[in-house]
Design a binder for this molecule. Sequence first.
Ligand code: NAD
Length: 281
Amino acid sequence: MTARILDGRAVGREVLAEVAERVRALRARGVAPRLAVVLVGDDPASAVYVRNKGRRAAEVGIDTVDLRLPAETTEADLLGRIGELAGDPSVHGILVQLPLPAHVDPQRVLRAIPPEKDVDGFHPQNMGQLVLGPPALVPCTPAGCMILLDRTGIDLAGKRAVVVGRSNIVGKPMAHLLLAADATVTIAHSRTRDLPSLVREADVVVAAVGRPGLVKGAWIREGAVVVDVGINRVDGKLVGDVEFAAAAERAAWITPVPGGVGPMTIACLMRNVAAAAEAAV
Ligand code: NAD
């Protein structure tokens, strides 16, 4: 079997077009959706992410407010600035770019964002709603993976899904979204024994670890769907966590890196901003 490509760039563009339509409708009602992006310090990768988010927001008609704070900003100062954004009715979404400097507790910061403005979906209330259902604002990367899975047309009910990685931002919410879609879900992590045999059983594999080629092509079951969240730089090139060429020989569908999950993440962020603004009207 040679896999069909799940093209995140194309699907992401479709999601952004839907968002642009929702933003037009909001503006027609006198609401200008606005996203506040908070960046602490001068991590170059974070600066690139923030710039890309600003660019996408502009494309779909979402206004952005950039709050750039020096690396030595205290936690109390940062919480104060988030409090101001929280109380500003013209701001519908607040995003704090991670990672934060070591002296700041990210959990305390994420909890300071009101759940209805938490467009990253990381607040405990939003994570709790994701587990209990129905979900409110859902973390963007797993939400994007679910849209890609939907595009395969495969009904996830009863399918065996393995999520490799258990981070709060990708692995855990991803597992809950798959569970809500009635898949039978296994979460694998750094202490899992015999990852190959788990992956061999899986109809759906989601890899979110951050290690190039961790998931071998030979482990992939014939006809499986492979979603590769990993972004790794190897010799100046971006690669995922899955051995792409070998996995594509066996899978029915696979996401490329780059051009798979990445563009979906940012599209889903814009969708969350539109949803937050709609809910505020
Ligand atoms: P993380 O470092 O927070 O979590 C990695 C997870 O992998 C951990 O839960 C750990 O238990 C697990 N792990 C480590 N070694 C393992 C092993 N040998 N076998 C099985 N599991 C193992 O990372 P994260 O924030 O979840 O990100 C994961 C990857 O996804 C990274 O490459 C990151 O850059 C990428 N990412 C991509 C997007 C996107 O939009 N495409 C978004 C977020 C993260």
